[in-house]
Design a protein around this ligand. Structure first.
Ligand SMILES: Cc1ncc(C[n+]2csc(CCOP(=O)(O)OP(=O)(O)O)c2C)c(N)n1
Ligand SMILES: [Mg+2]
Length: 364
């Protein structure tokens, strides 16, 4: 037996270190890799999407404070992480959003009025449009990941070239479902793209506290699939990387994990007060990395956008939102029995019985 004083020295094991995220635009709008930029129309399309979803986020705050929206998880500041990834999908592809990803769902085509209805907890927002492959926003952390693998496996078995893309947070990536999904997806070579939005916080818990890992993309290594770290405030980078992963999945190459390194500058939900658990020092530098300002500076500098065109875009976005708000305001008040709608395509006998009971109690 080896006694403690003659034990060999403990070897040092290298731990996966941090790694600079892939970037195409520096925070001041300078192109760091000019040859790798998407074409001008795509850059303008991404800008438009980001402006549109920021408007929704800002209006959500006002509507909430005036009692016209339920509790809403804001994503302001994370637009590049959501738009660059969702805009890389085609119309036949699936999108699995969490509560944080309203912006991604809007980008994939979820109508604004219906999205408002969802966050008003109205049944008009519960069923997604038949022709749009967006799942309802997932509130239980990480459950969407195995579901996305299932959808991707179904597409593969049907012989389509459709892809499933799913979001998760840094906190969610420590849940079992995340790891099971990645293993399953790798083993079965399914067409799935996993977006891990590392926004620094899981409610009041900083990423550095909830895991020893400093490079969450490297979690992919354990499952034999590629993992990429990307600057989550650079929409051109998130788009180019996701586009590559989507193409790879479509062509039968299997899944990819993409970590978008970003920051939750907003509260966890509009009912949260982050000043109770984080300081200005925590937030330092993130306002300067704003994804919209970054692309705007680039587009103005390249002559792809003018101040007049930008002002016209603002008016267009505002008009679209106000028309959608009017539409959502016009939806009839839900009846109590509607809480049972949209659970299954065909109601089960148990749901039918429950509906009859509610209707009898309500006298409807
Ligand atoms: C299974 C499960 N456990 C716990 C919660 C409570 N909860 C809601 S949000 C959240 C933090 C998630 O953080 P992260 O995954 O980083 O996502 P973010 O809110 O930053 O987008 C937790 C623990 C939940 N909704 N579901
Ligand atoms: Mg988080």
């Amino acid at each position: 037996m080896t006694s403690p004083d003659t034990a060999p020295p403990t070897p040092t094991f290298p731990a996966g270190g941090e790694q600079e995220p892939f970037q195409l635009l520096a925070p001041d709008g300078t192109a760091t890799q000019p040859d790798a930029l998407p074409d001008p129309d795509t850059r303008l399309r991404l800008y438009r999407h980001m402006r549109r979803i920021r408007h929704f986020d800002e209006r959500a705050w006002v509507l909430y404070r005036t009692g016209r929206l339920g509790v809403f998880p804001p994503y302001g500041g994370m637009e590049a992480s959501q738009v660059g990834t969702a805009a890389a999908l085609g119309p036949g592809d699936w999108l699995f959003p969490t509560y944080r990803d309203t912006g991604a769902a809007l980008t994939h085509g979820l109508p604004v009025a219906q999205t408002l209805a969802y966050w008003r907890t109205s049944p008009h927002g519960w069923a997604m449009p038949q022709d749009l492959k967006v799942l309802p926003f997932y509130i239980p952390i990480a459950t969407q990941y195995p579901h996305a693998v299932g959808a991707a496996l179904a597409e593969k078995r049907k012989g389509t070239r459709n892809v499933a893309l799913a979001y998760i947070g840094d906190g969610g990536s420590s849940e079992g479902d995340f790891h099971e999904a990645l293993n399953f997806a790798g083993a079965l070579t399914v067409p799935c793209v996993f977006i891990l939005q590392n926004n620094g916080w899981a409610i009041s818990v900083p990423t550095r506290t909830q895991t020893r890992a400093v490079n969450l993309a490297r979690r992919a290594d354990g499952y034999g699939i590629p993992g990429v770290r990307v600057d989550g405030n650079d929409v051109l980078a998130t788009y180019v990387v996701t586009r590559g992963a989507v193409t790879r999945a479509r062509d039968g190459g299997g899944p990819t994990l993409i970590e978008t390194v970003t920051y939750r500058v907003k509260p966890h939900t509009l009912a949260d007060d982050p000043s109770r658990y984080r300081t200005d020092a925590d937030n330092l530098g993130w306002a300067e990395k704003d994804p919209i300002l970054r692309l705007r500076t680039h587009l103005l500098g390249e002559g792809l956008l003018t101040e007049d065109a930008d002002a016209a875009l603002t008016r267009e976005i505002e008009a679209e939102f106000e028309a959608a708000l009017k539409e959502a305001d016009g939806y009839p008040e839900p009846t109590p029995a509607e809480i049972l709608d949209h659970v299954f395509a065909e109601p089960t006998p148990q749901l039918r019985r429950q509906r009859a009971q509610i209707e009898a109690e309500e006298g409807t």
